[in-house]
Write a protein that binds this ligand. Structure first.
Ligand code: NAD
Length: 485
């Protein structure tokens, strides 16, 4: 075992869990055992929440200009430990070095946004009647929770933690049991940056801890990122317990490819979108709507896909179970009559035979009823559906229950605008394979890709992590009294 067993973290200290059950943490790159993660009992969540509740008292009363100083230092520490964090993300998640590096870079960018919060939450003031002022202020919620998935062990925790904490909350983080190591390092860096003990806490575990979070009377808000199946469980449980909740779910992102699209740019962008992070991105291209004759572009995508080589410029998928699930989808589509143009099944990387790899896969002549057309595969697979018209393609996209992202490849501004308006997705791209909105814009899908009123990052997150106080003031007794005052 390369690292010591994963501990919980609260009150500024690491604690060995009293859990009777633990799971192996295995590197998808080569199948090596990295650590073991405890399935903590709910009592440990209670201890963490108690420590957060105490810390909240002082932290929430610290002026935001001072709170933000911790995050300037945290940002510096992310940079200082850049290579080590990159290696850790790659090791526990299976990403390539460049992908893991991008995850650390994005974590830095997210922290920079959090550092700009004092400029964004200064509140408003208006004289609403003669001598009478109304003023608004953002107040933190208290103890909040963040439940995160396996596919971005560092970036997704940094979607929530810096904003929530800068805004004055104390947090319980529940990492994915598949990749718990990056979060632990985050806790160490926050402590080094000067964050007061108890403001950030980690409780490792599975669904019992998640249920405990949704039920805990001292947790006021729950953010969740993961699959739609679990997002629904969490959203229902948290809101049934009268908590504020935003729950981001899975995705089935459609790319519309029109015959006038730039062939080279389209082929490279589509391939990068479907194969980047081994297809394990909620923004990954998963279905392609080929409108009219786009055969030369499909040939280009196949040529690009063949340049993506497992273990070289393609990382591993998270587990053996994930590899089997992804390959099962491809086999099922083939049996149902689809044509596998580039086949990533059975990928093995020499010297890393226990690693879990799936090569890039391009499946053509998929029909909308096939499971590869409807369901999230979460692997480096693109399912191509042929349509005669744009409206037929729009109908297919609109019928899918997800709604995270959609993109169109065309050189026509009018057609791009038409698809941008008609796609049923929260994040839309024009000639961009992965249309992630960068801060200050916010991240969040529609339909079954997000439950709750807010997006999770950017300006929208301010509304999620704070409550507004409205104060009406009159100091001048000489001001006249009318029905408004
Ligand atoms: P997951 O839903 O299996 O797990 C997410 C979290 O929920 C983990 O911390 C896990 O421990 C916990 N969990 C799992 N089963 C649970 C249950 N039955 N009850 C309560 N908690 C449970 O997701 P994952 O496999 O870790 O991540 C991949 C999924 O996340 C994909 O569907 C992907 O699209 C989605 N995702 C979405 C976004 C987004 O922004 N919409 C971003 C990243 C990932």
């Amino acid at each position: 075992m390369k690292y010591e067993a994963v501990k919980n973290y609260y009150n500024g200290q690491f604690f060995e869990s009293a859990a009777t059950e633990s799971l192996d943490v295995v590197s998808p790159i080569d199948g090596n055992l990295l650590s073991r993660v405890p399935m903590s009992p709910v009592g440990e969540l209670n201890a963490a929440v108690a420590s957060a509740k105490t810390a909240f008292e002082g932290w929430s009363r610290t002026p935001i200009k001072e709170r933000v100083q911790v995050f300037f230092k945290y940002r510096y520490l992310l940079e200082k430990n850049f290579d080590e964090l990159t290696a850790l993300v790659s090791e526990e998640n299976g990403k390539t070095w460049d992908e893991a590096k991008a995850e650390v870079e994005k974590s830095i960018e997210l922290t920079e946004f959090a550092c700009s919060m004092p400029q964004l939450v200064s509140g408003e003031i208006l004289e609403v009647s003669k001598g009478v002022e109304c003023r608004t202020e953002h107040f933190p919620l208290g103890v909040v929770a963040s439940i995160v998935p396996f596919n971005f062990p560092l970036m997704v925790p940094n979607w929530t933690m810096p904003n929530a904490l800068v805004l004055g909350n104390a947090m319980i983080m529940k990492p994915s049991e598949l990749v718990p190591l990056s979060c632990l390092r985050m806790a160490e860096l926050l402590k080094e940056a000067g964050l007061p003990d108890g403001v950030f806490n980690i409780v490792n575990g599975g669904k019992e801890i998640v249920a405990g979070i949704c039920e805990h009377p001292d947790i006021n808000a729950v953010s969740f990122v993961g699959s739609t199946r679990v997002a629904k469980i969490v959203y229902r449980a948290a809101t049934a317990n009268l908590k504020r909740c935003v729950a981001l779910g899975g995705a089935k992102n459609h790319l519309f490819v029109l015959p006038d699209a730039n062939p080279t740019m389209t082929a490279t962008n589509v391939t990068a979108s479907m194969s980047g992070c081994a297809g394990q991105r909620c923004m990954a291209a998963s279905a392609m709507l080929a409108v009219g004759d786009v055969d030369p572009i499909i040939d280009g995508i196949c040529a690009e896909a063949r340049k993506v080589v497992p273990g070289v410029n393609l990382g591993a998928v998270i587990s053996k179970a994930a590899k089997e699930r992804i390959e099962g989808y491809i086999t099922e589509a083939e049996k149902a009559g689809a044509k596998v143009l580039v086949d990533g099944r059975g990928a093995v990387v020499a010297g890393k035979e226990k690693g879990t790899y799936v090569g890039p896969t391009v499946i053509d002549h998929v029909t909308p009823d096939m499971s590869v057309a409807r369901e999230e595969i979460f692997g480096p697979v693109i399912s191509i559906m042929r349509t005669k018209t744009i409206d037929e393609a729009v109908r297919i996209e609109n019928a899918n229950p997800y709604g995270n992202a959609a993109s169109v490849f065309t050189q026509s501004g009018g057609l791009a605008r038409y698809i941008m308006e008609h796609a049923s997705a929260g994040m839309v791209g024009v000639n961009i394979g992965v249309p992630v909105p960068r801060e200050p814009f916010s991240f969040g899908g529609w339909n079954d890709s997000r439950f709750g009123a807010n997006d999770i990052t950017g300006k929208s997150s301010i509304e999620f992590w704070t409550k507004l106080k409205k104060t009406t003031t009159k100091w001048n007794p000489e001001a006249g009294i009318n029905w408004m005052s």
